[in-house]
Design a protein around this ligand. Structure first.
Ligand SMILES: [Zn+2]
Length: 95
């Protein structure tokens, strides 16, 4: 079977009649993620995709989790759940 890609201009014309709901949703989530710093060392974080945390009935676009660029801590900013600690990180314990 031979695959013929569609003309990008035709694709653009076909979807331009629809309201862009994904762009504003994506920008809103990006603004939400920019508020966060690492809960352990307050380092800057970058987005990652974690399959178990991607989907939500409340969002039109995929969610991300955040990884600290300094210590490697991975957490879900939506729930506050820490998903992965870096090997050299020791977190304080609540006794
Ligand atoms: Zn950190």
């Amino acid at each position: 079977m031979h695959f013929v890609p569609m003309d990008p201009e035709l694709i653009k014309k076909a979807i331009e009649v629809f309201e862009d709901e994904l762009g504003p949703a994506r920008r809103r989530l990006d603004a939400f993620y920019r508020q966060f710093v690492c809960p352990h060392c307050e380092g800057e974080c970058s987005k990652e995709t974690e399959p178990n945390h991607v989907f939500s009935p409340d969002e039109l676009v995929q969610r991300s989790v955040l990884r600290c660029q300094q210590c490697g801590l991975l957490f879900d900013p939506h729930s506050g759940l820490i998903l992965e600690r870096a090997g050299h990180v020791t977190l304080p314990y609540d006794d």
